[in-house]
Ligand binder design. Structure first.
Ligand code: PCA
Length: 142
């Protein structure tokens, strides 16, 4: 079992929730560091970028996932493909309780240096919300 932090279309009630077969962990979570979260391209696809240090502490949901869950989501996020996300470990913290613990978790993100400069960006955002999905269209594999 591993922990996966999702902040975009894989959240509950968002367009790719059906691919997220993990088990939700109670609580509200955000990244410990600030990250730039943008809606990228004409599909307005949510994407956290590295390096950290600008933008906001990004808010999302935490899931317990097994290998099968990760395989399904890795395929959607096109892990290992040129246009795809990377899955790396970052630190998140629970913020709906006092002194929430820091946890090391997986997250899907992209490196800033691989985003073509001409790509449309909206943000940086602290949280991907329902209204941000209005023009969302996915170019993933699933
Ligand atoms: N799916 C992943 C990364 C961005 C996206 O839309 C997520 O929800 O965390």
């Amino acid at each position: 079992m591993s922990l996966l932090f999702v902040y975009g279309s894989l959240k509950q009630g968002f367009p790719n929730e059906h691919v997220n077969t993990g088990r939700r962990v109670a609580g509200q979570y955000r990244t410990r560091e600030r990250y730039p979260l943008y809606l990228l391209g004409e599909g307005e696809v949510p994407c956290v970028l590295t390096p950290a240090g600008s933008g906001h502490q990004v808010i999302g949901e935490l899931y317990e996932v097994n290998d099968g869950d990760l395989q399904r989501m890795d395929r959607l996020e096109r892990i290992g493909e040129p246009q795809g996300y990377e899955r790396i470990e970052i630190t998140v913290e629970r913020f709906d309780v006092a002194a929430g613990e820091a946890l090391s978790v997986f997250v899907y993100l992209k490196q800033e240096c691989f985003i073509p400069p001409s790509t449309q960006r909206i943000g940086p955002l602290a949280e991907y919300r329902a209204e941000h999905t209005a023009r969302f269209h996915w170019i993933g594999a699933a």
